[in-house]
Design a protein around this ligand. Structure first.
Ligand code: ADP
Ligand code: MG
Ligand code: ZN
Length: 475
């Protein structure tokens, strides 16, 4: 009988050690080593090759291979994020916080794939088969040919899933969730790094060996303390994250890794009674619907991958009490916010050093794109000066340290979308080619100062306050 071995496995990076240590020597995380009892060592087995058809060298001039075949999931937005659909034999990971809608999404995918492209095995260690059937009924997948072609298997044993899949040969196997799965030979609890890794390795063998696409669900917690997606990321072909605002209806899908496509595309869904629904007009999904616009609201024309997305930035500035003024950002990179605040103060005469600052994006979106800078700056200045920005104006531009505006990529595409959605004026960085966009007046500005002048509407109450203190001195 093999003697059980005890290893200390880092919950952050998966490295294992013979002895406990306070800090992981591999990734330098603290207090992440957890004792795991192993009788079979996963590292003794080499993962199946990711390249089907052997490893012989080929000249660059060799004829091109056939394009990767894919099948659609039935959800257009997901297909776009994946790069066109699911690749047979691939291993996917769908991550997201509990309750965001991962099981819902995958049950809908199961319904979309089943029948049209082959059967689906939906294995769940989270719920009973009855609970899954209840959800299927709510999603309108309770009966019909697609429902016949989805088999639900309530188990947490990877061996049982692999066996069922080899027998039924479905097109897709869903494993909900990888944290509930165990392999018999390991003694560690479900969710430990050892179990998660070994389970994923065996499911990868199933995927590559049988040409069955395997989709793993992975829970991500805020502190990332459980063994999960982070240790799996290097193993899988694609990592798709499902996110969205808690309590809100918008759901966002993004690939953070994709061997078969780009990681730029964003999928947009609405969560409802009948599950995740594609949004008819994603370009406008992140524009808050409201009558009349208050100071602090500015629309940015952003670009997510190939998709132009108009998003409302909302800012509130208020005099701070004692202590360090608050800086709260949601959906906006906090270091970017800090830079914008500094430039506003030093280069544009809008000092916010003694004010609390709150800034967020409508609809729970987060945007890491520099083209958002100008809208954030204008929203802050608009709130500070209590002057509105015309709601039919969109803005785009990266802000430099000198207060200059820098050009952004894809300006034409952004402005065409803005024009389509009824915006009438666009404040954009000067320099470079002036874009052609029908039906929208383009206002090129060179600096944040000029942008403030162009964007903030005069108000009776505050018209007396000049934008730039220097102008007052000179004038
Ligand atoms: N009856 C319902 N009507 C509308 N939405 C529901 C209903 N039941 C569940 N939901 C939505 O589904 C979400 C749970 O989805 P689920 O797929 O179980 O999430 P996950 O698998 O990521 O934990 C809930 O947060 C809620 O938004
Ligand atoms: Mg679930
Ligand atoms: Zn580590």
């Amino acid at each position: 009988m093999a003697r059980a071995q005890s290893r200390f496995v880092c919950q952050a990076c998966g490295a294992d050690f013979l002895r406990w240590e306070g800090q992981c020597r591999s990734c330098a995380a603290w207090n992440t080593l957890v004792e795991t009892v192993v009788t079979v060592r996963s590292r003794d087995r080499r993962p199946a090759t990711a390249v089907p058809g052997g490893v012989a060298p080929v000249p660059l001039s060799a004829p091109a291979e056939a394009p990767i075949s894919r099948f659609p999931t039935g959800l257009r937005e997901l297909d776009q994020v994946l790069g066109g659909g699911i690749v047979p034999g691939s291993l996917l990971l769908i991550g997201g916080e509990p309750g965001v809608g991962k099981s819902t999404l995958l049950l809908q995918v199961a319904g979309g794939v089943a029948g049209a492209h082959g059967g689906v095995l939906y294995a769940t260690g989270e719920e009973s088969a009855g609970q899954v059937r209840l959800r299927a009924a709510r999603l309108g997948l309770g009966a019909g040919p697609a429902a016949d072609a989805v088999a639900v298997l309530a188990t947490s044993e990877v061996g049982a899933i692999v066996e069922a899949a080899r027998a039924a040969r479905p097109a897709v196997v869903v494993v909900d969730s990888i944290q509930t799965m165990t392999v018999d030979e390991l003694d560690g609890p479900a969710g430990s790094v050892g179990q998660v890794r070994e389970s994923a390795l065996r499911l990868m063998e199933l995927a590559k060996g049988e040409g069955i696409a395997v989709v793993l669900v992975g829970h991500v917690t805020k502190d990332g303390s459980i063994a999960g997606p982070r240790t799996l990321e290097h193993l899988v072909d694609a990592v798709i994250e499902l996110g969205g605002e808690r309590g809100g209806v918008m759901r966002l899908l993004r690939a953070t890794k994709n061997r078969f496509g780009s990681t730029d595309e964003l999928g947009v869904f609405e969560m409802g009674e009948a599950g995740l629904r594609e949004v008819a007009d994603p370009g406008r999904a992140f524009l808050a619907e409201h009558e009349g616009v208050a100071p602090g609201s500015v629309v940015a024309a952003t670009l997510e991958g190939t998709r132009p997305l108009l998003v409302e930035v909302q800012a509130l500035v208020a005099p701070a009490g004692y202590g360090t003024p608050a800086r709260r950002a949601s959906g906006i990179d906090p270091t970017r916010l800090a830079l914008i605040l500094a430039v506003l103060g030093r280069r544009a005469g809008v000092g916010l050093g003694s004010h609390d600052v709150y800034a967020n994006l409508a609809g729970g979106l987060s945007v890491a794109e520099p083209g958002l800078d100008l809208a954030v700056a204008l929203a802050l200045a608009s709130s500070m000066r209590d002057r509105r920005v015309d709601p039919r104006t969109v803005t785009v531009g990266e802000i430099g340290l000198l207060g200059e505006l820098r050009p952004v990529s894809g300006l034409d595409r952004r402005l065409r979308e803005a024009a389509r959605l009824g915006f009438e004026r666009a404040i954009v960085p000067a320099g470079g080619r002036t874009p052609a966009a029908d039906g929208i007046r383009v206002v090129p500005v060179g600096s944040l100062r000029d942008a403030l002048r162009a964007a903030l509407l005069p108000s009776d109450e505050f018209a007396a306050i000049p934008i730039e203190p220097e102008t007052r001195v000179l004038g």
